[in-house]
Design a protein around this ligand. Structure first.
Ligand code: ADP
Ligand code: ADP
Length: 216
């Protein structure tokens, strides 16, 4: 199964992806996680991405398209894309690469949440730099304050989850990313719109119910 998970930053894409990949045995391809790993490893790609990520801007399309098409090829037709495509050129680049391979995306899951909710989610997000687990100081707190439940150690706040950058990321989302769903709608693809402004488990139940329909 080939899926795309769309939605604003903080909608719960990463949280829901972890559950989707467990249930449907897919590879989780998060453009943000891949970029953060490249930065941590100090690669050329990571260095190129750094300035954009720090201000809440998007990394240039040519860099992202090459990086993600490479990751998709390795995932052998079973994946969920998280955070990609984020612009119309990225959606077109993905479409072209899939068409050339005789493939297409099975569904687009679109998580819907208002901006006010997003700000609270992102500024309260805490992440484990070691295992990638994601918590929230109020909605999904770790068992011990500030510590990963998997004994990895200290949780961190992503620099781009600080209030100023969050506002820029939301602006970037409305200006450049929101249109991606329209692109798929115009192509007659299956868009699964999910109200993501409710409890994490309720969102998962709604996502699974929608996916079970397309999975037969
Ligand atoms: P979130 O999980 O909050 O939606 P991500 O981890 O997906 O955020 O992205 C963090 C940052 O990485 C973005 O603000 C952007 O700078 C960069 N980034 C991630 N995915 C893309 C993409 N598809 N195109 C361009 N930039 C991206
Ligand atoms: P995204 O990948 O879309 O940026 P995340 O999955 O990282 O979003 O979630 C952003 C923050 O909001 C995290 O701190 C997460 O624990 C929290 N969160 C995710 N889904 C929900 C939800 N349905 N209700 C409340 N908090 C949530």
């Amino acid at each position: 199964m080939r899926l795309i998970l769309c939605g604003p930053p903080g909608a719960g894409k990463g949280t829901q992806c972890k559950r989707i990949v467990d249930k449907y045995a897919l590879t989780h391809l998060s453009s943000g996680d891949i970029l953060r790993a490249e930065r941590a490893a100090g690669t050329e790609l990571g260095k190129k991405a750094q300035g954009y990520m720090d201000t809440g801007a998007l990394v240039p399309d040519d860099v992202i398209i090459g990086m993600m098409i490479g990751a998709i090829k390795k995932a052998a037709g079973n994946y969920v894309l998280d955070g990609f495509p984020r612009t119309l050129p990225q959606a077109e680049g993905l479409d072209k690469a899939l068409r050339e391979a005789g493939e297409k995306v099975d569904a687009i899951v679109n998580l819907l949440v208002d901006d006010e909710v997003i700000e609270k989610r992102l500024t309260g997000r805490r992440s484990c730099p070691t295992c990638g687990a994601v918590y929230h100081i109020e909605n999904l707190p770790p068992k011990v304050d500030g510590q990963c439940d998997k004994s990895c150690g200290q949780l961190v706040q992503r620099d781009d989850d600080k209030p100023d950058v969050v506002r820029n990321r939301l602006k970037t989302y409305h200006e450049q990313t929101e249109a991606v769903v329209g692109f798929y709608e115009a192509e007659g693809r299956s868009i699964l719109n999910i109200n993501a402004d409710r409890d994490i488990d309720e969102v998962t139940t709604a996502v699974f119910a929608a996916l079970n329909k397309i999975d037969g």
